[in-house]
Design a binder for this molecule. Sequence first.
Ligand code: RP5
Length: 163
Amino acid sequence: MKVAIIIGSESDLPIVKKAATIFKKFGVKYSLRVMSAHRTPDIAAEFAKNAEANGYEVVIAAAGKAAHLPGVLAAFTVLPVIGIPIKAAAFDGMDALLAIVQMPAGIPVATVAVDGAENAALLAVQIMSGKHPQLREQMREYRAAMQQAVIESDERVQREIAN
Ligand code: RP5
């Protein structure tokens, strides 16, 4: 079980580190590569064409500005592609969000929130859990831990602030 995380620029790295953290937690192998739909189009296309043969099950692609990377990768593979719009300078990530989410019919890209790397990784785990049932169990445990954290947060707030 292996996921590809592709970033359009090294400047996207701080955001996608959150996805890497999730994969480490779930014991999912991943590759993290810098490839650009505009600056290295041939490398990006070749990677996507070979991704399935190279054992990847899901591709995550993060890009900012005119964020064509997820769509271009999706055009060259039938693997599921998850796009992370990155908040770059000018439009608070709205530019990347629209570029990634508005795919033409036939080539879907599952788009998460702006800078939503954590959800991209969780969605990848959920997709792979169809083939790897142990991931589904881990996801249940992850949710239970999250629920517990919120309950504890509620208790803390009530104890320290509300009274
Ligand atoms: C996109 O342009 C990248 O994904 C990045 O988010 C943005 C800016 O890239 P740099 O100019 O920082 O390399 O292609």
